[in-house]
Design a protein around this ligand. Structure first.
Ligand SMILES: Nc1ncnc2c1ncn2[C@@H]1O[C@H](COP(=O)(O)OP(=O)(O)OP(=O)(O)O)[C@@H](O)[C@H]1O
Ligand SMILES: [Mg+2]
Length: 236
């Protein structure tokens, strides 16, 4: 295994939220290595630091201590501009509420990261079309997001996160609001993304039904990794 096969490397990462009333140690010394193409499932009780961990890898939060290397970039060394570039090109982050703009069309939501990146129009159009076809929602391209079902929204959020071909896809509770049929559609899509693009996929979930889709399970408890289980490459 070559060193650069690790797309995410965390070393002794601490995140402390401070307010006037209290101090919360959300992450307490997390170390982690994730390879390209791996599917990781992070679980653990409410408040154990799962979302914080995703946000740190996404460059949305800065750790108080430790090292966060994503696709070779040490995020703690980057300024805001550098972090914004990482967020728009190296990682794709899907928040639990999907983070879509409700009054915009599917197409406009997915085109947004490319507009921000300054991608020329012709290239934007082909990239958006291609990714909407890939996630199976091109037929709804002109629909407004607020007219879509939960499963459709999740696929739009995945398309938006993928349109800049990130090395790491982060998904917070991607199936929380979905029935089993839509859950399977999303999980099969994740497997296909891993196979086609060698993207590492880190998902937070409480859903025991999707364990079989993961290569590794990480159990967080009070900001620490309590259990780390490597499974055989899934055959689902
Ligand atoms: N912006 C913030 N300011 C202050 N405290 C925060 C902030 N974000 C998270 N926390 C605290 O950090 C701890 C970890 O939060 P986090 O959201 O990472 O947990 P979680 O495992 O994702 O929980 P859940 O399963 O409920 O989503 C919690 O105690 C939470 O209250
Ligand atoms: Mg959370």
């Amino acid at each position: 295994m070559r060193e650069d096969d690790y797309v995410v490397i965390l070393r002794d990462v601490w995140k402390i939220y401070r307010s006037r009333e209290m101090v919360v140690e959300a992450l307490r010394g997390i170390s982690l290595d994730i390879r390209r193409g791996e599917i990781i499932l992070v679980h653990g009780p409410s408040g154990s630091g799962k979302t914080t961990l995703l946000k740190i890898i996404a460059g949305l939060e800065r750790p108080d201590k430790g090292s966060v290397i994503v696709d070779g970039y040490e995020l703690t060394m980057l300024d805001e501009e550098g972090l914004a570039l990482i967020r728009n090109t190296i990682v794709g982050y899907i928040p639990q509420d999907y983070g879509l703009i409700e009054e915009f069309s599917v197409w406009d939501n997915v085109e947004m990261p490319l507009l921000i990146a300054g991608t020329p129009r012709e290239k934007r159009e082909s990239a958006v079309k291609e990714i909407l076809e890939y996630v199976g929602i091109y037929g709804r391209a002109r629909a407004l997001v607020n007219k879509l079902s939960g499963g459709e929204r999740q696929r739009v959020a995945i398309a938006r996160a993928l349109v800049n071909t990130p090395s790491v896809l982060l998904a917070d509770e991607p199936t929380a609001n979905l029935d089993w049929e839509n859950t399977r559609i999303i999980m099969d899509l994740f497997k296909r993304i891993r196979e086609d693009f060698n993207t590492a996929i880190i998902m937070v979930s409480h859903d025991p039904r999707i364990i079989d889709y993961a290569d590794k399970l990480i159990f967080l408890h009070e900001g620490r990794i309590k259990e780390y289980a490597e499974k055989k490459r899934s055959s689902v």
